[in-house]
Write a protein that binds this ligand. Structure first.
Ligand code: G3D
Length: 184
């Protein structure tokens, strides 16, 4: 009886949990963004000093509670050898945030290639996608439209099979801006 009541109580009080992958090349700013988001949604969270954040190696997990929803973010390492592990997480994720370093023009094609192999994976069909042109606080960054059209070359029809929004962002400052959806 106790177990039954305990189970019922747990079921009524537990939050709905969604898993979100944060992907992109190493140094794109994924961990910094996650730290900033955790601080924004949980003011009591003691965030890491941005100076002390190093490129993600392996997996970095962050949880954000909004109302009765829990968002669990998996920030995956973006180094070439770690990209091979991304697809292990695809079948369980509910959304993807793909981060591009808008201050790094020379690596845009590399980011496009990583994006292409991700977006063609059948496990991700229909999974909502947020594209971020990050580091907008630097001088003369790539604009969100540049990033958007570059990634669209990697597979516009695949991108179009889902809800997709592209935004400019700065994980350092926490600022961002809305722009029109990529596939509408
Ligand atoms: P990653 O998790 O994608 O590998 P990190 O990237 O979050 O570790 O960030 C990599 C570097 O980029 C860090 O600098 C970090 O401070 C910087 N960075 C992250 N986001 C922004 C941003 O929005 N604007 C600027 N200007 N820099 C950013 P270091 O010097 O520690 O390597």
């Amino acid at each position: 009886m106790f177990h039954l009541l305990h189970g019922l109580y747990k079921r009524c009080t537990q939050k709905k949990e969604y898993f979100i992958l944060i992907l992109g090349l190493d140094n794109a700013g994924k961990t910094t963004l996650l730290e900033k988001a955790k601080t924004k949604f949980n003011p009591s969270y003691n965030s890491l000093n941005p100076q002390r954040i190093t490129a993600t190696v392996g997996l970095n997990i962050g949880k954000i509670d909004i109302g009765d929803v829990r968002l669990s973010f998996w920030d995956l390492g973006g180094q070439e050898e770690l990209q091979a592990l991304w697809d292990k997480y695809y079948s369980e994720c509910h959304a993807i945030v793909y981060v591009v370093d808008a201050s790094d023009r020379p690596r845009l094609d590399e980011s496009k290639a990583a994006f292409a192999s991700m977006i063609h994976n059948p496990h991700l069909d229909g999974i909502p996608l947020l594209l971020l042109a990050n580091k907008q606080d630097v001088e003369n960054p790539l604009r969100v439209n540049d990033v958007k059209s570059c990634l669209a070359e990697a597979g516009a029809p695949y991108i179009g099979r889902r809800e997709c929004v592209a935004l400019a962002s700065s994980g350092l400052t926490g600022n961002g801006s809305d722009i029109p959806e990529i596939n509408n």
